[in-house]
Structures are given as C-alpha cells and as structure tokens.
Ligand binder design. Structure first.
Ligand code: CA
Length: 220
C-alpha cells in the first residue's frame, strides 16, 4: 500500500518510515504541512499518517483543507497532543482515527489495516473480474475460487491493472504505484513482477500492449 507520512520529528519519522517499509508498504515521507499538500495533490496515496504539530501548515489546517476540497483519503492522526480537546478537534476536522505518541509500530499497523478494511467496506470490498477476485482489505487474491499467493508488490500491480480492465498502464505509471520517491528501482523490476504474475495467474491475464504497457483483458 502506498502511504504518505507527514511528520517533522526526525526520530519518530525515521522509525515509522523504516518500520512500515519493512512491512512491505511503499512510504513517502514529508516533514511539513505545505510539502504534504503538494505531495497529496500529485500523488497516489491510499492513506495519510498525519502529525498535528507541523511547520508551515498545521496538521489540523491541512486536514480541514483536504476535507473541504472533498478529498476522502483515510487519515490517521499521529500526535503527541493527547488532550481530549485536541483529539476531538482532529476527529471533527475529518481524521478517521487517532494514535497518541509514543506508540507501538504493531499497533500502528493494526490501525492501518482496520482503516483499510473500513475503507473497503464503504466501497465495493472485492474487485471481481471474471474468475479473478482481489480483496484490497485482506490482500487476498483468488482465481476460480482457489487462493493465489502474491507478494506485496505483485498484489499492488494486479490491483492497479484490475481497477481499469482493458486500459493499459505504462511502466512509469506502474512504478509510480509501486515505489516511494527515494526507493531505488531496478530497471527491469516491473518486467519481473509482470513475469511473476503471469506465472501465478496464467499469461492470458496480463497482456502486453506493444509500446504502451500492460493491461488485463476486458471480459465480454
Ligand atoms: Ca510535530
């Protein structure tokens, strides 16, 4: 999952950043409110982890601004402010959940999973495409009812393709979905994931569109 971490504290930021990456998430980290706004406007995030006390624009201002603009991304507020008044302000401004520092990474991960499940419950929980089914909340994929075991990045790639069947995604678009800004991308990484998805699902599910990219076939 691609996450945006907004945190100005270098120690906490670094520990959350590396902890979530180890769990297979793709995490971009910005250190002030204005940079966060820019990243959200240009990025493809599924969840925002937001500190409240930030330079250049506070987390509350940022959050209220996003919700005014109708941005419905789930936001998990992480903050040292543990007074009831601040918590209420955060939730009123549109936060989906709240975690008070210091917190345990396992708890953060559990809250992220819970938010994604809730998010999935609001929309269609399972993406179905013929005999292929993908559940974004549980990260499960099945083909003809049998489970298919995918790595985190294989799953993200398949999800990106299944969101618009028939529409090809270029290698650059796929890299954008799968990697954070500062992650080193091997030049053939996308081809490796495509190869592996074909091996696990059957080559007919991932079509090459010459000179353009890859797509899953439409089902008539
Ligand atoms: Ca702070």
């Amino acid at each position: 999952m691609r996450l945006l971490l907004v945190e100005d504290d270098p120690m906490i930021g670094a520990s959350v950043h590396s902890g979530l990456r180890q769990e297979g998430h793709s995490v971009d980290w910005v250190r002030d409110g204005a940079a966060a706004e820019l990243a959200i406007a240009n990025g493809v995030y599924e969840l925002i982890l937001l500190d409240l006390g930030l330079p250049r624009k506070t987390g509350l201002e940022l959050l209220a601004g996003l919700r005014r603009k109708g941005v419905a991304l789930p936001v998990l507020v992480i903050t040292a402010r543990d007074s009831v008044a601040d918590r209420v302000k955060g939730l009123d401004a549109g936060a989906d959940d709240y975690l008070v520092k210091p917190f345990d990474l396992d708890e953060l991960s559990a809250r992220i999973r819970a938010l994604m499940r809730r998010q999935a419950g609001r929309a269609t929980p399972v993406i179905e495409h013929g005999p292929l089914a993908l559940n974004p909340a549980t990260h499960e994929v099945s083909l003809n009812g049998s489970p298919v075991n995918l790595s985190g990045r294989e799953f993200a790639l398949l999800q990106a393709l299944l969101e618009q069947p028939g529409v090809p995604l270029s290698r650059a678009q796929i890299e954008e979905r799968l990697y954070g800004w500062d992650e080193e991308i091997e030049s053939n990484a996308v081809e490796v994931y495509i190869h592996s998805l074909r091996r696990k699902l059957g080559a007919e599910w991932i079509r090459n569109v010459r000179g353009v990219g890859y797509r899953v076939p439409e089902i008539s």
